[in-house]
Design a protein around this ligand. Structure first.
Ligand SMILES: Cc1cc2nc3c(=O)[nH]c(=O)nc-3n(C[C@H](O)[C@H](O)[C@H](O)COP(=O)(O)OP(=O)(O)OC[C@H]3O[C@@H](n4cnc5c(N)ncnc54)[C@H](O)[C@@H]3O)c2cc1C
Length: 457
C-alpha cells in the first residue's frame, strides 16, 4: 500500500475499540482535514464491552452494542485486518487482511490501542471447552446456549443429561465475570416462568474465583453485600478456589468438587495483546516484570511511548494495552484497565497529537476515578461513586438505574443509544426474549439435512 496523503501528516491507529474510535473522532474534530487518519481493526465495528453482560442476559440486542467504524468515522480510512508487525524504527506497520494479503502502512504518528485478550492458564480442557466473554459473539453464544439448554432440559428424560444442561459455570468474579453471571442468572429466573417442567432448584450457577472476594473494586461492605445477594439468589460462589480441570465438560475445582457443566465461561483476567510483546513482531517497549502490567506498552503520562532511549515523539498508546501512569492516584501507580480511563486517555491522546502537529507542548493525562458501578440483573445493582474525597455507596434500584444511564450516555452514536433504550422499553412491555438460537453457528445444517435425506444409500 502506498502512502499518499497529499503532504498531510498520517495518523495510523491500531485498534478500533474504545481508544481507537475515540481518538479518531476527536482528531477529526480538532484537526479536521489537516491530517489523514487510518484505523486498523480485524472487526469493522467497535464493541461497547460494558454492555456485554446485558447482551448475555438477553436484555440488549447484540447489534445495539456495536458501533460501525465506517459509518461513524467518515473521512477516515478503515482497514479491516489484523496488525501482525510493528516497526517504530521504520515507521511501518504490517497488516494481514482477511484474504491473507499483507499490507505495509507507514505513518507519521502511530497510536497503539489494541486492547487485551483473555489470559488463559494451562488447565486441562480449558481451551477446548470454555468460552470467553469479551466479544459480541461470545456474549451472544452464552445467551443462546443457556436458553437453548432450558428448552432441551425441559424435554429430556435423562436426569444426568438434564443436570449437565442446567449447570452453568463462570470462572472469575471481577466486574466482567461477576456481572455476567448475575445477569445470566436473572435471565434464567425470568425465563423459568415459561417452563412449568423446570424449577429454580434444577438450575445450578457456579462462580469460581481464586481470590477471597469478588468485585475487588468495591468497598469491603459492598463486596459482602454483593456476595450475600448472589448466594441468596442461589448462585454458588466458590472463593479461594481454582479450576483444576474441565475435560469433556467435567469441572474439577480445588475444593474437591466435581460436576458436569454444559457451559464454562472464562473471565479470569486479561493480558495485553500478544503481538505487542513478541520481539519478532514488534519493537515497542513493553513492561517485562511479572505482574499486572506485564506485556503492556510503556507510556509516559502524556501518552507517548517511552522507549529505552527516551520518549518516541511519534508513537502514542492508551487503554488496556498500555501502562499509563495514574497521576491522580500518586507516584508509581498505573491506570486500571477500564473504559472510563480508556475513553478519557484517548481524548488526551488525540489532543496531544494535535498539539504535536501544531508544535505546542503536550499535556499529561490526569483523571480522578469517578467510581465503579455494576448491574446484577433487572433492578439490581451496586455502585461506589467518588465525590471529591468521599465515596458514596449506592445499592439496588438506584445503582442499577445509574449504571444503565451512564452506559447509555457512554455508548457511541445517538442511533445505538436509541436502539438500546427502545430494546429496554420493549422488554418492559413484552418481557425479554427467551429463545436461544445456537443454530446460528451452523446455518447450513437444515439445508444439508434436506439435501442428504433425499439421497439413496
Ligand atoms: C464484559 C466486560 C464488561 C466491562 N465492563 C466495564 C464497565 O462496566 N466499565 C468500564 O469502565 N470498563 C468495562 N470493561 C472494560 C472496558 O471495556 C475496556 O477497558 C475498554 O474497552 C478498553 O479499551 P481499549 O480501546 O484499550 O480496548 P478495546 O476496546 O478492547 O479495543 C481494542 C481493539 O483492538 C482490536 N484488535 C485486536 N487485535 C488487533 C490486531 N491484531 N490488529 C488491530 N486491531 C486489533 C480489537 O478488535 C478491538 O477493537 C468491560 C470489559 C468487558 C470485557
Amino acid at each position: 500500500m502506498t502512502n499518499n496523503f497529499g503532504g498531510k501528516p498520517h495518523v495510523l491507529i491500531l485498534g478500533g475499540g474504545s481508544v481507537g474510535l475515540t481518538t479518531a473522532s476527536e482528531l477529526r474534530k480538532t484537526l479536521g482535514a489537516e491530517v489523514a487518519i487510518t484505523v486498523v481493526d480485524p472487526r469493522p465495528y467497535m464493541t461497547y464491552q460494558p454492555f456485554l453482560p446485558e447482551v448475555g442476559a438477553g436484555s440488549i440486542h447484540p447489534r445495539d452494542v456495536l458501533a460501525p467504524l465506517r459509518k461513524i468515522l467518515t473521512g477516515t480510512k478503515v482497514v479491516t485486518g489484523s496488525v501482525t508487525r510493528i516497526s517504530t524504527q521504520d515507521s511501518t506497520v504490517v497488516v494481514t487482511a482477511e484474504d491473507d494479503e499483507q499490507l505495509e502502512i507507514t505513518y507519521d504518528y502511530l497510536v497503539v490501542a489494541m486492547g487485551a485478550v483473555p489470559r488463559l492458564l494451562p488447565i486441562p480442557g480449558l481451551a477446548e471447552n470454555a468460552i470467553g466473554f469479551k466479544q459480541i459473539e461470545e456474549a451472544t453464544a452464552v445467551r443462546d446456549r443457556i436458553l437453548a439448554n432450558l428448552a432441551e432440559a425441559a424435554t429430556t428424560r435423562d436426569p444426568k443429561a438434564r443436570k449437565r444442561l442446567l449447570t452453568f459455570t463462570f470462572i472469575g468474579g471481577g466486574f466482567a465475570g461477576g456481572e455476567a453471571v448475575a445477569e445470566a442468572e436473572d435471565m434464567v429466573r425470568d425465563a423459568l416462568r415459561y417452563y412449568p417442567d423446570l424449577h429454580a432448584s434444577d438450575i445450578r450457577f457456579v462462580l469460581v474465583d481464586g481470590a477471597p472476594f469478588i468485585f475487588p473494586e468495591l468497598s469491603e461492605e459492598q463486596r459482602a453485600y454483593v456476595l450475600a445477594q448472589l448466594r441468596e439468589r442461589g448462585i454458588e460462589v466458590k472463593l479461594e478456589t481454582f479450576l483444576n480441570s474441565a475435560e469433556d465438560g467435567v469441572i474439577k475445582t480445588s475444593d474437591g468438587d466435581e460436576f458436569e457443566s454444559d457451559l464454562l465461561v472464562w473471565n479470569a483476567g486479561v493480558k495485553p495483546h500478544p503481538v505487542l510483546s513478541d520481539p519478532d513482531s514488534s519493537d515497542l517497549p513493553v513492561v517485562t516484570e511479572r505482574g499486572p502490567l506485564m506485556g503492556k506498552v510503556q507510556a509516559l503520562a502524556d501518552l507517548r511511548v517511552n522507549g529505552a532511549e527516551g520518549p518516541l515523539d511519534d508513537v502514542f498508546t492508551a487503554g488496556d494495552c498500555a501502562a499509563v501512569p495514574d497521576l491522580a492516584s500518586g507516584e508509581g501507580k498505573f491506570c486500571p484497565p477500564n473504559a472510563q480511563h480508556a475513553v478519557r486517555q484517548a481524548k488526551r491522546l488525540a489532543d496531544n497529537i494535535a498539539r504535536s502537529v501544531q508544535g505546542r507542548p503536550l499535556v499529561d493525562y490526569y483523571h480522578k476515578n469517578l467510581g465503579v458501578m455494576a448491574t446484577l440483573g433487572m433492578y439490581k445493582g451496586v455502585a461506589l461513586v467518588s465525590l471529591g474525597d468521599k465515596k458514596i455507596d449506592v445499592r439496588g434500584l438506584p445503582a442499577w438505574a445509574m449504571a444503565r444511564a451512564y452506559h447509555v450516555y457512554a455508548m457511541p452514536t445517538l442511533g445505538r443509544k436509541a436502539s438500546v433504550i427502545a430494546g429496554w422499553a420493549t422488554n418492559l412491555i413484552s418481557r425479554r426474549d427467551i429463545i436461544g438460537i445456537p443454530e446460528v453457528e451452523t446455518p447450513r445444517a437444515a439445508f444439508e439435512y434436506a439435501a442428504n435425506t433425499g439421497k439413496k444409500k
